[in-house]
Design a protein around this ligand. Sequence first.
Ligand code: PRP
Ligand code: URA
Length: 249
Amino acid sequence: MSTRTQQGVSSPAPEKDLGPTYRPAAEKPTATVSKEVPFENVHILPQTPQLIALLTMIRDRNTERGDFIFYSNRIIRLLVEEGLNHLPVVAHSVTTPVGKDYAGVKFQGKICGVSIMRAGESMEQGLRDCCRSVRIGKILIQRNESTCQPHLFYEKLPTDIADRWVLLLDPMFATGGSAMMAIEVLKAKGVPEDRILFLNIIASPEGVGNFSKKFPKVRVVTSFIDQGLNEKNYIVPGLGDFGDRFYTL
Ligand code: PRP
Ligand code: URA
């Protein structure tokens, strides 16, 4: 295993035998799974055969746009479902059609989605599929292609956002610059850090580290922490430019 972890020369991610429990280990293929990180605010989806197969599809440079959208949407759905598990619930009992009581729960509090445009908008439908008529705000942040520094161009957010739980949406978490800028925008609107969940598909260890040190109370839900960043601050092995592959390629 490489010990050099400077930019562009990161250590590899771990490997794991994947497959159903009834299969002997010798018959399970070995696949690269997410790195782990020592930050309590970071929640990585279980590295199931299903998730790894979906990620394999979207990482493949030969996957054409229709399939890229389809498989990305399936991962986004998993992220949203897991994100919702982090919202508080209160006791809620109901009576079933056979006249028996069931002691259940219901969500407490209001939510909204906030997408970091453009790529983050790809995650809005997954949120809508789980939360009917959810309010959605937009923040347009673009990473400068040569400096990789984020620039804020625009924000339009629900007026009562300070009273809501916020699900911040952006599939790629590279240096963390864009996500950190978005958190500053939300905080300036009065949203407390511990009421923000940042949902993303692939994160870099560098981005997660920078972010978690600055905003330890913001929960991060990701499907994978990758090997690292290359000299252009693209995630490796990554999947390339998510926005281009989802919208324009
Ligand atoms: C991508 C991505 C994130 C950002 C991640 O967007 O969707 O917003 O880069 O990089 P960072 O963590 O280093 O800031 P980009 O600015 O390329 O615009 P796009 O959404 O139009 O593709
Ligand atoms: N934005 C992307 O779309 N991909 C990366 O790897 C980094 C930033």
